[in-house]
Design a protein around this ligand. Structure first.
Ligand SMILES: C[S@@+](CC[C@H](N)C(=O)[O-])C[C@H]1O[C@@H](n2cnc3c(N)ncnc32)[C@H](O)[C@@H]1O
Length: 219
């Protein structure tokens, strides 16, 4: 065998190994996610991690050509985190937040370069201030926001009012198409919704800006 064909064989077996490794990582993400969903229900809110089409829909909301501070809430196993990292440039600051210990373990192993807060996403003012972050341009949320306890939702909204820049955006994924449009309209002055039919299950993305000073909590 000449050296060209032996190099090709090595490259091919590396490709097969990495494809198998990424498939087995996906399978284990799905099974962990599903077991968390069974155990925690509405605190997880989806039985499976976001699909590539949901991730694309979220990333389309972010203008990566401009300097920005981006905070991801409820990063889970990191399908959105991984793609954000691919787009980051030196003029960006990025922090991921997740409160589930097992998901945090996965995120740390998978993305050691990411600043990860293992924390309640509705109590972020202090941990972010310790990182020198007082204003945020994009909050990308996978949180089960409509299912948050009223006090947690109130804290989240207070924080958003304080920390979102005037043109800042709160981007919320959902796996229940459009159902919560009025819920988000009560929380924000400006709300746009776009469907992501190719997600499993079909879902969408709310783009919200200008958090309201006061709001009614009813859904
Ligand atoms: C629907 S999953 C989204 C996961 C991931 N972003 C994705 O798109 O696949 C919701 C995530 O929010 C996390 N979460 C729920 N409540 C939270 C809270 N108060 N603080 C931080 N993370 C929270 C859950 O542990 C879960 O990982």
């Amino acid at each position: 065998m000449n050296s060209d064909s032996s190099n090709a064989n090595v490259a091919q077996s590396e490709l097969v190994e990495s494809t198998l490794a990424s498939r087995s990582a996906k399978v284990s993400d799905f099974s962990l996610f599903f077991s968390k969903f069974v155990a925690k229900g509405r605190q997880i809110s989806s039985a499976v991690p976001s699909s590539p089409s949901m991730v694309d829909a979220v990333l389309q909301c972010v203008d990566f050509s401009r300097p920005a501070t981006i905070v991801e809430l409820g990063a889970g196993t990191g399908p959105i985190t991984g793609q954000i990292i691919e787009h980051l440039r030196p003029h960006h600051r990025f922090v991921a937040v997740e409160n589930d210990r097992d998901f945090c373990g996965i995120l740390r192993r998978r993305f050691p370069e990411v600043t990860l807060l293992e924390s309640d996403a509705t109590r972020l003012a202090d941990p972010l201030a310790k990182l020198g972050i007082h204003k945020v341009d994009y909050v990308l949320s996978g949180l089960p926001t409509p299912s948050l306890p009223p006090r947690s939702l109130l804290r989240l909204m207070h924080w958003l009012r304080d920390c979102l820049t005037p043109n800042g955006l709160f981007v919320q994924i959902t796996v229940v198409p459009v159902l919560y449009l009025n819920f988000y309209r009560r929380l924000f002055d400006q709300v746009d919704y776009s469907s992501v039919w190719l997600n499993v299950p079909p879902g969408g993305v709310y783009q919200c800006s200008q958090p309201r000073k006061s709001f009614r909590r009813r859904r």
